[in-house]
Write a new protein. Structure first.
Length: 378
């Protein structure tokens, strides 16, 4: 078994479910300790950085023989939950694939970047510059790991090894979470003159949100990322069958494009609520921003994607520049001044009951990252 696949299997065997997503989950402490031990074995200087109690980032550094540019590899150690999976932490290699929770998202990328550093270290190291290998926590929720990383670490460029199918992604969408509350008036179900149905009134909000989503998806498409969108994620309200509900709450998500401000999503919803209040002075509703992350885009002609494309081409593959629909830590790095791309193995089953990664992609990713470090760190 190739060392990178052995490392991938070892990482998948460790339960690192994000405890913010699943109550009682163990988090990243055990897998962070394993990553630290692996990197120390082949000579990297390793630092542990607490992003939160019990949730450590692990950063390994390979220094060149003289000063030069710094390249960072970054990947997250946490995974989503395992509902519906029979043996999520028992990795199985079958028909050129490795199955298990986190194989694609994104322990394969983490294994590839760590083993790329091993290849560089064991082939004589770097003539110049430094290679930083950062394994961070909490990307699956709010990226406290990446936030902590960029507070004390920087680099001239970075590769986030999320699963891209070996495409070079120079951008991805952002997102905003919005809470909407509509208030009604409680009354006995037999007395309509006394009550106001908050759930039916929320229906008016949903009607306008659906129209807004159609409008967003009909707008001019971004060349790599398509259009913005929104969806109603969670809705609740009411107390009992024979009562008018006095409250309805909607939790929604808006996916954003580069150039759209963080405030865009909240402003859109507030405009809808203002229109509904004008149409009906008895309508009562409010919206608030819960959490957001901006979209990110690096110019395709930047040196980083051009150099990585040359590496891929020299390995006998045709490089493809693309954008990703999902949000990643690349935005945290990029907006902190570290030009970043996404580049990682392919597979399927992100967040689903059957997840796998292609073994050949893991090997190709590892080799490309090692060569990129040799070319960029100068």
């Amino acid at each position: 078994m190739d060392p990178v696949i052995r490392l991938l299997s070892d990482l998948v065997a460790i339960n690192s479910i994000n405890p913010t997503l699943v109550a009682g989950a163990p988090g990243e402490a055990e897998i962070a300790a394993e990553v630290a031990a692996v990197m120390r074995r082949f000579g990297l200087d390793v630092e542990t950085q607490l992003a939160a109690p019990g949730r450590p980032n692990t950063i390994g550094v390979l220094e060149g023989r003289r000063k030069g540019r710094a390249l960072m590899f970054c990947g997250h150690l946490d995974t989503v939950g395992v509902a519906g999976m029979a043996a999520p932490f028992a990795p199985i290699e079958r028909d050129g694939r490795v199955y298990g929770r986190g194989t694609q998202d994104m322990k394969s990328g983490v294994a590839a970047m760590i083993d790329a550093a091993r290849l560089v270290a064991e082939s004589g190291g770097l003539d110049a510059g430094r290679l930083i290998v950062a394994a961070v926590v909490d990307e699956e929720h709010s990226s406290i790991g990446a936030d902590a990383l960029v507070a004390t670490w920087t680099a001239d460029a970075a590769v986030v090894t999320e699963p891209t199918g070996l495409e070079i992604a120079v951008g991805h969408k952002g997102f905003a979470w919005i809470d909407v509350e509509v208030r009604g008036k409680a009354a006995h179900g037999s007395r309509p003159a006394d009550g106001q149905d908050a759930i039916l009134r929320m229906g008016r909000v949903l009607h306008h949100l659906e129209a807004l989503d159609r409008d967003l998806q009909a707008r001019r498409r971004h060349a790599l990322l398509g259009t913005g969108s929104l969806h109603a994620s969670i809705i609740d309200g009411g107390h009992e069958l024979s009562s008018y509900p006095d409250r309805a709450r909607l939790q929604m998500e808006r996916r954003t494009l580069p150039g759209e401000p963080d405030s865009a999503a909240l402003g859109e919803v507030q405009s809808i609520l203002e229109r509904l209040r004008r149409d009906d002075p008895t309508f009562r509703g409010d919206a608030r921003a819960v959490f957001s992350r901006p979209a990110y885009e690096l110019p395709a002609d930047h040196e980083l994607p051009r150099t990585l494309a040359a590496v891929v081409r020299d390995a006998g593959r045709t490089p493809t520049l693309s954008g990703m629909s999902f949000w990643t830590d690349a935005a945290v790095l990029g907006h902190a001044g570290i030009p970043s791309v996404l580049f990682g193995p392919g597979g399927a089953g992100l967040h689903s009951a059957e997840e796998y990664v292609e073994v050949a992609d893991v090997l190709a990713c590892r080799n490309a990252l090692a060569e990129l470090a040799r070319r960029f760190c100068r």
